[in-house]
Design a binder for this molecule. Structure first.
Ligand code: IMP
Ligand code: MG
Length: 174
């Protein structure tokens, strides 16, 4: 058994679901009549994407990318590798990249550049959490669930060394 670190509740599952409904309403109205593709960033965004997608009322497609930068620590290593690409064609599509959390911004920056090469009509970013203190790029997060300054958060897809993703609520590690 791995040791469980001390944690403190930050956002309850009910609050998260309410926030997601609001984001989904905005996206449904902003993308009416367009070819929407949600691209989830594995693994962290799986629960967020699946709840968000089910609250969006317009037709859409779903695909996933995977990037690696973190290794197993709490801080970005600085170099980001794309380890899984999208599989559906994105030319002319309205893409929203779905991230669990944007921290330094290096991962999402790298992913935006990779998606841009596929000639989509547009690319926006939707992040459940925007963590601002360590930002190193000026990436715009069009749809944001929560803004926090600092802290390492887990649960609802967010991990520490691949643990805690299955917690239904979001916690700060102590
Ligand atoms: P960035 O490249 O520094 O923006 O890091 C983005 C990635 O780091 C996210 O996709 C997360 O997987 C991970 N990450 C950053 N901060 C946290 C956190 O507080 N909890 C869990 N994962 C985090
Ligand atoms: Mg992670």
């Amino acid at each position: 058994m791995e040791e469980q670190l001390k944690r403190e509740l930050l956002f309850s599952r009910e609050a998260v679901q309410e926030q997601i409904k609001q984001l989904a309403l905005r996206i449904s109205s902003d993308y009416e009549g367009r070819d929407l593709v949600l691209i989830g960033v594995l693994n962290g965004a799986v629960f967020f994407l699946s709840d968000l997608a089910r609250n969006i009322s317009i037709p859409l497609k779903i695909d996933f990318v995977r990037a690696s930068s973190y290794g197993s620590g709490r801080e970005s290593s600085g170099t980001v590798r794309l380890t899984k690409d999208v599989e559906i064609p994105l030319q002319g599509k309205s893409v929203i990249l779905i991230e669990d959390i944007v921290d330094s911004g290096l991962t999402i920056d790298r992913l935006i550049k990779a998606i841009e090469e596929k000639s989509p009509e547009s690319i926006r970013v939707c992040a459940l959490i925007d963590k601002t203190e360590r930002r190193r790029t000026d990436v715009e997060i069009h749809y944001c669930g929560y803004r926090i300054e600092e802290g390492f958060v887990v649960g609802y897809g967010l991990d520490y060394d691949e643990n805690y993703r299955n917690l239904p609520d979001i916690y700060v590690l102590k």
